[in-house]
Design a binder for this molecule. Structure first.
Ligand SMILES: [Zn+2]
Length: 215
């Protein structure tokens, strides 16, 4: 890959980070984003926020998990690496502590099919992986395993992670999940909402397979 290509990828990642901040999905330094690059990935650095993220601060982590020690990658770099290892079609990952995802994740249960758009994520629910310490190998394994057959998952008492075949799609999934969690919390004010049937969700997924809904 040429230097110019890496420069462009770094700039695009910094721009995406700022966009996620603008969408209100991350505040202070609680989110991290990455893109697959070469045999490894480019990832936002530890301590990144919407004000300090820039092309030069992005860290390249190679396939062996090594990086130039002048700057450290996000503490969740193992989580990102595990997702890329499990799915060759994933090229971008967004991890956030967005408000409504955190609120649902603190109940440690999956987001049920209360709305047909839950089916966008690849199944009848959006799973919630058990709590473990941030940056741990256990958390990385649980999230990367949950994302084998889903585009996003909740992380108990922590937040969410989304993946996609491009950064705009990974960001769309992160944004969509935040909206759905907000709507689920609203619906719950009248008690647990109606859940759609497996047949309803199958019919939705069959329909979107023909029209690329929302992507
Ligand atoms: Zn986090």
């Amino acid at each position: 890959m040429s230097d110019q290509t890496e420069k462009q990828a770094r700039n695009q990642l910094a721009e995406a980070y700022r966009r996620v901040v603008d969408l209100g999905l991350t505040e202070l330094s609680s989110g991290n984003l990455s893109v697959r690059f070469g045999n490894g990935m480019l990832i936002s650095p530890a301590g990144a926020d919407g004000d300090n993220i820039c092309e030069e601060s992005i860290v390249y982590v190679n396939a062996s998990g090594d990086w130039d020690k002048s700057l450290n990658p996000s503490s969740e770099w193992q989580l990102h690496a595990g997702i890329y290892r499990n799915d060759v079609n994933t090229t971008a990952i967004v991890h956030t502590h967005s408000d409504n995802c955190v609120a649902v994740s603190c109940h440690c249960h999956s987001l049920p099919p209360f709305h047909y758009l839950v089916g966008l994520f690849g199944g009848d629910d959006v799973p919630c992986v058990p709590y473990s310490t941030f940056g741990s190998e256990t958390l990385a394994q649980d999230v990367s395993h949950a994302l084998i057959d889903r585009y996003a998952c909740l992380m108990a008492n922590h937040g969410m992670t989304a993946r996609g075949p491009s950064m705009p799609i990974a960001m769309m999934f992160a944004h969509r999940l935040e909206i759905l969690c907000r709507q689920y919390l609203l619906a719950q004010q009248l008690g647990e909402p109606n859940h759609l049937s497996a047949e309803d969700m199958d019919a939705f997924r069959e329909k979107i397979s023909k029209i690329s809904y929302g992507r």
